[in-house]
Design a protein around this ligand. Structure first.
Ligand SMILES: N[C@@H](CCC(=O)N[C@@H](CS)C(=O)NCC(=O)O)C(=O)O
Length: 260
């Protein structure tokens, strides 16, 4: 069964959730993203989606944030006058009159604010390299699910997508995963994190990438010879704040129909 079109806000019930069209609180972060599920019918929309890369940063930092999924279409497409700085597409973070989009850039911003960004320049650039690679992999995977048209639902291009998904799974997915395994081997501190001796936002970005890969391609995941990366994922998911989040009702499932 085809899910409803997530780009159509018209069926949303007024007043159920905070709206992107209202001013943002001065002191509390908001996370703007498509609704995970339709509030009235329960039909699946975007699921956890790309916003997941930002949620986990708030969760690990223990910083309060508000999910805003009402008025997204209007905010990003028509009421451009409401944007204090131009933002192209969700997810975005905002607080007061500050708004920011592009997931890896939002992740970096939050990491710097919450002291999860490396202090030394070389480590910082390596962190940027890894996070850019995470989001390149996700964008490439998404393309395989949307070969006809980027903005059209995967469910309207399933046949055309088949060879692209197959090629991605056989060639690109293992190449990227093996590459990520090498990063962990390259960290001479032996910390088990991607950069230096302690957790950075890089670890959280890779964690979500591995979760969505496992969820979307369970058989490919099973067959991958990446023991260090798999045990990294286990350790990350066992971190107290992350475990608490994963077990909470704040955690949404992935939509299961793309790499986001
Ligand atoms: N490069 C952007 C991509 C953002 C993006 O593609 N967002 C999707 C939802 S996951 C969307 O709604 N896109 C609409 C559009 O790009 O017009 C990022 O990393 O945040």
């Amino acid at each position: 069964q085809k899910p409803n079109n997530p780009f159509d806000d018209s069926s949303r019930r007024e007043g159920m959730v905070k709206s992107a069209l209202n001013p943002s609180p001065a002191k509390t972060w908001q996370l703007l993203y498509w609704p995970a599920q339709d509030a009235t019918t329960g039909n699946f929309f975007a699921g956890a989606g790309r916003a997941e890369y930002l949620r986990v940063i708030f969760e690990e930092a223990g910083v309060e944030y508000e999910e805003v999924s009402e008025g997204i279409k209007d905010y990003f497409w028509t009421r451009l006058d409401l944007q204090p700085f131009p933002v192209l597409a969700p997810p975005a973070i905002r607080k007061g009159d500050f708004v920011l989009c592009q997931t890896p850039v939002c992740a970096k911003h939050l990491a710097m604010e919450f002291k999860m960004y490396p202090f030394n320049l070389e480590d910082a650039s390596h962190a940027d390299q890894i996070v850019t690679t995470v989001h390149e992999y996700i964008a490439e995977g998404r393309m395989a699910f949307h070969p006809v048209k980027n903005t059209m639902s995967y469910h309207d291009q399933t046949e055309e997508a088949k060879p692209y998904i197959k090629a991605f799974k056989l060639e690109r997915l293992p190449r990227y995963m093996t590459h990520f395994e090498r990063y962990l081997k390259a960290n001479k501190t032996g910390s088990g994190f991607f950069i230096g001796a302690s957790l950075t936002h890089v670890d959280l970005q890779v964690m979500v990438m591995l979760q969505v890969t496992n969820c979307q391609f369970p058989d490919a995941w099973e067959g991958l010879d990446i023991p260090i990366l798999k045990s990294f994922l286990g350790r990350m998911e066992a971190r107290p704040k992350i475990r608490n989040y994963l077990d909470s009702d704040r955690k949404q499932s992935f939509a299961g129909d793309s790499l986001m």
